[in-house]
Design a protein around this ligand. Structure first.
Ligand SMILES: NC(=O)c1ccc[n+]([C@@H]2O[C@H](COP(=O)([O-])OP(=O)(O)OC[C@H]3O[C@@H](n4cnc5c(N)ncnc54)[C@H](OP(=O)(O)O)[C@@H]3O)[C@@H](O)[C@H]2O)c1
Length: 464
């Protein structure tokens, strides 16, 4: 199937896109920045520029049989000023309207379009204490409830404008995934030593494992009987108190004192509704057995079960059009590290213990971290050309640093995976003082790396 994704460069979009691509679907992505999008995609796609306003080019929509509509400015990225509220709305409601109109305006009036999956969120239900909320429960109050209701109403224009298309509206709970989204933010807070329950901790949170979101979208495309609203949350929502306890256990830290409601309201203003509103949402339409992760414990075990004490992690994926054997030499040669490392680190290779890199090779480097000179020695292990290797710090600025490089054949090209696990010196003091700071630095290094690699290997012909 030819599937068009909006928000395909984001957290959920990347996971959904990769799965659909793996299943053989051909993907088209609409993005606000066609130049940088390739470096943010973990799957092959035809990429088209679209700001979310006005008509989408007919070329992008040509032959599209399914839409997965995920675009939207981050709800919790910054306080909700009037301007931000307008952007939150326009990037969902206006964009959905314009996208549907663009299909309608096609010469064939979008007659190939079979299914339109337009995301919404459990924010639709407002603040509902411990009421069990199903797909037929009424809309609640508050900005998010109004925003979701309007987003859904706009998606329903599909039914009128493109009558043969099936409409699926998942009301998404908080998505749990490794190193991204909600959990990533909370991990920073908990590891800085200030994670605690919010308000009285009695408010319910409806969550879902990213894998179950991906499976839902995949089912939506192929199951002709899936239609209308779906609460897309695991069968067992938890209270904030339960969540706090489970996260402290998963991150292996102590929960801090509760953060009172009035502090959250003073700091976050109206946005505090996203933290304090209670939504105990379940699905009457999706079989609980179809969720791979039904309890919070099982989801956290999957995502954090192998976490070491005081360990931080980073995970990135990037798809490039070359085969692993054609790019292995570049990624496995220490001399290219200088090219893909930010210049301000002054990264220099000093030498290595064997002529060619192999299992057990030792490599010496020097670099500057925020201007402070440091030396680094790593050992290569798990050397398995052209698919994977690991470099592990023997001595250097970290207490421990393990970087797994994966090159997996994927849709005629390679899915590059970088998985880093590191620990800072000074045990829990290092964790509390430096986790967020150092983690951010490491993130910037890998984001730079993706951009350079994409520029070097990404096919220009993909972008339109
Ligand atoms: N993650 C969750 O826990 C969760 C829960 C409930 C609902 N949702 C909803 O699900 C959708 C996807 O979530 P996500 O976590 O994947 O979000 P994300 O990582 O922030 O990605 C959203 C994508 O939307 C596009 N976008 C951002 N701001 C935009 C703007 N002002 N105008 C137009 N496009 C914009 C961006 O694509 P480009 O930069 O390529 O343009 C971005 O990659 C969002 O609408 C979100 O509200 C998410």
């Amino acid at each position: 199937m030819k599937v068009l994704l909006t928000g395909g460069t984001g957290f959920v979009g990347n996971e959904v896109g990769r799965k659909l691509s793996e299943q053989g679907h051909d993907l088209v992505v609409l993005t606000r920045n066609v130049e940088t999008a390739g470096a943010r995609l973990s799957y092959p796609a035809k990429v088209f520029q679209w700001s979310g306003k006005g008509r989408v080019s007919a070329q992008a929509l040509e032959g599209v049989e399914a839409v997965v509509n995920l675009m939207g400015e981050g709800i919790a990225d910054a306080p909700w000023t009037e301007k931000r509220k307008k952007n939150l709305r326009d990037s969902r409601v206006q964009s959905t309207h314009d996208l549907i109109r663009s299909f309608e305006d096609l010469e064939d009036s979008g007659e190939k379009l079979k299914v339109f999956v337009s995301f919404s969120a459990v924010g639709f239900y407002g603040d509902r204490a411990d009421d069990v909320l199903t797909e037929t429960s009424s809309q609640g109050e508050g900005f998010l409830a109004e925003l979701c209701a309007e987003w859904e109403e706009t998606a329903r224009e599909v039914l009128e404008k493109i009558p043969q298309a099936r409409l699926v509206i998942p009301r998404l709970g908080v998505v749990l995934g490794e190193c991204h989204g909600f959990l990533d933010r909370l991990e920073r807070v908990f590891r800085s030593g200030v994670g605690g329950k919010l308000g009285d901790g009695e408010q319910f949170l409806s969550w879902i494992h990213i894998q179950d979101v991906v499976n839902f979208v995949s089912d939506s495309l192929s199951h002709q009987d899936m239609e209308g609203i779906f609460n897309l949350c695991a069968p067992h929502p938890v209270t904030n108190k339960e969540l706090t306890k489970a996260l402290a256990k998963a991150f292996q830290v102590k929960a801090f004192a509760p953060v009172p409601k009035f502090v959250l309201k003073a700091v976050y203003g109206e946005m505090s509704e996203a933290l304090l509103f209670s939504q105990r949402v379940v699905s009457e339409k999706r079989n609980p057995k179809s969720f791979q992760f039904q309890t919070l414990e099982s989801a956290l075990e999957d995502l954090y079960g192998d976490l070491k004490k005081n360990e931080a992690r980073l995970l990135t994926h990037l798809w490039v059009p070359q085969k692993p054997e054609d790019i292995w030499d570049f990624f496995s040669s220490e001399t290219n590290l200088e090219e893909i490392t930010p210049k301000n680190l002054n990264f220099k290779v000093l030498g290595k213990s064997t002529e060619a890199i192999e299992e057990g090779t030792l490599i010496d480097y020097k670099l500057k971290i925020h201007g402070v000179p440091a030396k680094w020695k790593t050992r290569i292990r798990d050397w398995d050309p052209p698919h994977e290797f690991v470099d592990e710090q023997l001595s250097g600025p970290y207490k421990r640093w393990v970087h797994h490089h994966g090159l997996k054949p994927f849709r005629g090209g390679t899915l590059l995976t970088d998985r880093v696990r590191f620990q800072l010196p000074l045990g829990s003091m290092g964790r509390m003082g430096g986790f967020a700071f150092v983690r951010q630095d490491v993130e910037k290094i890998f984001s730079y790396r993706s951009q350079v690699v994409w520029k070097k290997f990404g096919s220009k012909t993909q972008n339109s």
